[in-house]
Design a protein around this ligand. Sequence first.
Ligand SMILES: C[S@@+](CC[C@H](N)C(=O)[O-])C[C@H]1O[C@@H](n2cnc3c(N)ncnc32)[C@H](O)[C@@H]1O
Length: 213
Amino acid sequence: MTDVEPGATRRRLAQELAVVAGFEDPRAPLEQYHTPPDLAAHIVHVADLQGDVEGRTVVDLGCGTGMLALGAALRGPARVVGVDVDDAPLATARKNERRVGARTDVSWIRADATVAPLCPPEPVTVLMNPPFGAQRGNEGADRAFLETATEVASVSYSVHNAGSESFVEAFAADEGGEVSHAFAAEFELPRQFDHHAEDTRTIDAEVFRIEWG
Ligand SMILES: C[S@@+](CC[C@H](N)C(=O)[O-])C[C@H]1O[C@@H](n2cnc3c(N)ncnc32)[C@H](O)[C@@H]1O
């Protein structure tokens, strides 16, 4: 895929993803907030430029209402699978799929993404914005998602809390993988949980591309 004007196709993807509805009744213990369209478009665009989307199987672990899965579906993959443990966002994801109108169908699967719910025969690209483990009792949630990526993916893109670089690099190295790209991302989240005091809050995050050995 070639960028005619640098950034133009990424911006167009962000516009196409602007119709993706978020969580109707978000559940705090599952860290249900959706990735902003700009960040989702950035991740998918980088993945596409790396040759990790077109013609490939793309799996979104903890897909929520489908933002990353649908972003990938708009870029010509062979197939896309979205996995979430909760039925409600999956129902919204199906509606979002119709809104976005991607040519590639997405399979939406209700399953626990931390126990490798798939055994695909072909190399897979995982895209994920997993729970960071910010909730009490949920610490290390992103680690369990990375463990699934080691089992199903040849390459993965994952969003983590700022300050996760050394953890992610060490985890990847232990599993025979390597972080090939990393970038910082900042995004605003609207107030959606009772424990949030402000109307919006800024999340400092980091995104990693990992090649798994
Ligand atoms: C931060 S949200 C991201 C949602 C979506 N990927 C996006 O980018 O907009 C994390 C998602 O992970 C899901 N989730 C949490 N624990 C899970 C698990 N064990 N298995 C599958 N999905 C899970 C939540 O329901 C939620 O939809």
